[in-house]
Design a protein around this ligand. Structure first.
Ligand code: ADP
Length: 484
């Protein structure tokens, strides 16, 4: 099968969260199954300066945006056999952030990603690459199905391409003033409830949901949640209208990228058979962060985007009580200024017992997964979550709220002793978090029981193999829709 995956983020080139990991590793898994997979993303500044060996292509496209022709150039490389194309336009993508700065989103994101969507389709024709299926990811790619089913619907080059839209996070809806339709050369007829209109604005994500052949999200539980008013963030009705076409596939984890026995960022490699090495990582982490290496309690960690979604208010609410317990706390996070400011203040309460590093740092993240005992993810909602899967692989037991992909992957001894691999709480409150933490601390005191859970978690298979098969089935179904 010929597959084009389009995503605003692809690891290792551009990453703000789990979407990048998925877009980087699913194509490899599909290629291993024998398919022709190619990937397209914008050529952000971080990619141009990232030292990647990108080949320049002579092919270019002209896209009208806000009444001006904007040129799109193409660069390409191969990532373990998968061709990756980067769409370059200095004005739109040569900027420090992917979507904005800490102060907020770029004002012209509709133009930037509208340009990107049009350029993707235009380049397919220039490359003469006719995928059977285009796999779209999040709102930044939502206009592609819209263009295919409106403007291009009678164009034989595109007519047979099926589309799948994956929603990695319903909280990001690509909402813009209706005036951007004109800037993007889209007809005013799209400004209706049946198309892109959403409470007086337009939504790129809604466009994708309405016009894609199939839709999925990244865990079975999150799939069910987003169809409900309580968790649909205003989009549940739009999704329910397509309920038959919405499915949930758990993200895989790139098992080579995330393996403590070969991870070069770690001071000591280790495996479930040799957990001594994990102890060395803990000590090295404590040392490097100025934490007491003699402490008896567990090292509790978070590696996260600092976004309200991640349950930071719960952690902040529980903070003083957490520090009454025998534990150390490490947080690595980047994101919203309100949260970075608050955590910077909290840090001052507990010198020597907590360490808060504000920023994005892949190497430190890996050392934290390896050096921690407990990994906290008290998310208000969590489409899939990769943090808990990485933590399991690195022998750090996840402590999570029962939502979305966390509910699908973490099991509490109280609910399911046979599958137990972490700790789960329900209510989004500091009290519920602390109660789960106390159960974890009690188990930590029972070394053998603790290690049983650690080893079970490390042995779990979250690799892409199964999920890639599920995606293939969905691709076939998307394509069948096109062929009637
Ligand atoms: P989301 O996609 O909502 O951010 P996930 O748990 O699915 O959450 O994926 C987060 C990914 O980003 C993980 O690979 C995690 O290790 C990484 N990550 C998050 N914040 C940071 C950070 N500040 N520094 C380094 N890596 C981070």
């Amino acid at each position: 099968m010929k597959i084009l995956l389009v995503s605003p983020e692809v690891a290792p080139y551009a990453k703000t969260g789990g979407l990048a990991d998925v877009a980087g590793s699913l194509p490899q898994a599909l290629r291993r199954l024998g398919h022709d997979v190619r990937v397209m993303l914008p050529c952000f500044q971080s990619i141009q300066r990232g030292g990647f060996a990108l080949r320049k292509s002579r092919k270019s496209v002209e896209i009208p945006v806000a009444g001006q022709e904007r040129k799109g150039l193409l660069r390409q490389t191969t990532l373990e056999g998968v061709t990756v194309y980067f769409i370059e336009n200095q004005e739109f993508f040569d900027r420090e952030g992917l979507y904005g700065t800490p102060a907020g989103d770029y004002a012209d994101n509709a133009e930037r990603f509208g340009f990107f969507c049009r350029a993707v389709l235009a380049f397919l024709r220039r490359l003469d690459f006719r995928p059977d299926v285009i796999h779209l990811n999040d709102w930044q790619t939502g206009l592609i199905p819209v263009l295919l089913r409106t403007e291009l619907r009678n164009d034989p080059f595109y007519a047979s391409m099926g589309t799948l839209l994956t929603i990695h996070n319903l909280g990001y809806q690509g909402l813009f003033p209706a005036t951007v339709l004109e800037s993007l050369d889209l007809p005013p007829s799209l400004f209706t409830m049946e198309a892109l209109e959403y409470y007086g604005q337009i939504s790129f994500l809604k466009g994708g949901i309405v016009y894609a052949d199939k839709i999925n999200t990244v865990s079975p539980t999150y799939r069910d949640e987003i169809l409900t008013p309580a968790m649909g963030i205003g989009f549940d009705g739009i999704l329910r209208a397509r309920q038959q076409d919405v499915s949930g596939i758990l993200n895989g984890l790139d098992s080579k990228q995330w393996d403590p026995s070969i991870d070069t960022a770690l001071p000591t490699n280790y495996s479930a058979a040799n957990l001594q090495g994990k102890k060395s990582n803990k000590r090295a982490l404590q040392k490097s962060l100025g934490l007491d290496t003699q402490a008896k309690g567990p090292l509790v960690a978070m590696v996260t985007r600092l976004d309200t979604q991640k349950g930071l208010d719960i952690v902040e609410g529980a903070w003083q009580d957490m520090l009454q317990r025998d534990l150390q706390f490490v947080l690595l996070g980047s994101g919203e200024k309100v949260h970075t400011d608050r955590f910077a203040r909290l840090q001052k309460d507990a010198p020597g017992r907590s360490y808060i590093h504000l920023g994005f740092d892949d190497g430190l993240a890996r050392r934290i997964y390896a050096g921690s005992d407990l990994f906290l993810m008290p998310s208000l909602y969590e489409p899939c979550g990769l943090g808990q899967l990485i933590a399991l692989r690195y022998g750090s037991l996840p402590l999570v709220r029962r939502t979305g992909g966390l509910a699908d992957t973490v099991h509490d001894p109280a609910d399911d002793p046979q599958r137990a691999n972490g700790f789960v709480f329900d209510e989004p409150t500091p009290a519920a978090l602390l109660a789960a933490l106390d159960r974890a601390l009690a188990l930590y005191g029972d070394r053998r029981s603790w290690l049983r859970l650690v080893k079970r978690g490390m042995a779990q298979d979250f690799s892409w193999t199964r999920s890639a098969q599920d995606y293939l089935q969905l691709y076939h179904r998307a394509q069948e829709t096109r062929h009637g």
